[in-house]
Design a protein around this ligand. Structure first.
Ligand code: BTN
Length: 250
């Protein structure tokens, strides 16, 4: 695989790095363009939520990729970004966040960061995926104990750009692994990083809510949940970890 030529554009303030980068992707921009902002006036989270943070307190960034993978493997692009973020944070701060399915970075039960991946189609070029990432560095978020930041956990103040540079280095390795081994290595790394597996979960989906034990992820990245009656595959949704089930590793 040719190394990706990362081109980072930095903004003091922007509406949303995802929105800006999606417009560039729609106009045919090659992969490797990255947006980073100190502040967003209209930051977006998953499930149509807002994503807000004070200036310079977080990594707020979006990465444009044109991954040559099957549709069924596209979820692994977000997985590669969240695992790369985790690896970068370990190297810079010693903090090793776990992943809460599908893509949240968590420490214990507190959210440290999240991903918003959006597909952008434009004529005559490979499908683009814009992966936005927000990581709380010096501000622990609006949700009390439900969210946290690197400074509160490790006492260190990380610079957003330093985290981004290392994240891109770690991402390059994982994308190479994805293209060479069809995602097996990434799936293994994901299983080791997912705190969701083995937990009793409540899943709030668009059409149904389910309670059960998270067993595994399948080859399309869906969460397999054992309910009292059957194993259900969850595509999208918001999950709550309820408690660790005895005898299973979290
Ligand atoms: C989530 O809901 O957990 C995902 C949050 C993603 C936030 C990031 S911040 C940078 C990028 N730009 C956005 O508008 N959203 C993403």
């Amino acid at each position: 695989m040719e190394p990706i030529r990362w081109r980072v554009e930095e903004f003091a303030s922007i509406d949303s790095t995802n929105t800006w980068l999606a417009a560039r992707a729609a106009a045919g921009e090659p992969e490797g363009l990255v947006a980073r902002a100190d502040f967003q006036t209209a930051g977006r989270g998953r499930l149509d939520r807002r994503w807000e943070s004070p200036s310079s307190s977080s990594l707020l960034s979006s990465i444009l990729l044109r991954p040559k993978v099957l549709d069924s493997e596209r979820y692994l692009v977000s997985v590669a970004v969240s695992l790369a973020a985790r690896a970068a944070l370990v190297r810079l701060s010693g903090v090793r966040p776990m992943l809460k399915w599908p893509n949240d970075l968590v420490v214990g039960h507190a959210k440290l960061g999240g991903l918003l991946a959006e597909a952008v189609k434009s004529p005559d070029v490979d499908l683009a995926v814009v992966v936005g990432i927000g990581i709380n560095l010096t501000w622990s978020g609006p949700n009390g104990d439900a969210s946290t930041c690197i400074k509160d956990i490790a006492g260190v103040t990380l610079q957003p750009r330093a985290v981004l540079d290392l994240l891109l280095e770690e991402l390059e390795n994982r994308l190479a692994a994805l293209y060479q081994s069809r995602g097996d290595e990434l799936r293994d790394e994901l299983r080791g990083a997912l705190s969701t597996l083995g937990q009793h979960v409540h899943v709030e989906g668009p059409t149904q809510s389910i309670d059960g034990v998270a067993l595994d992820i399948d080859e399309r990245g869906r969460l397999q949940v054992q309910t009292s009656r059957e194993v259900v595959s969850i595509d999208v949704g918001d999950i709550t970890h309820l408690r660790v089930v005895e005898g299973q590793s979290p």
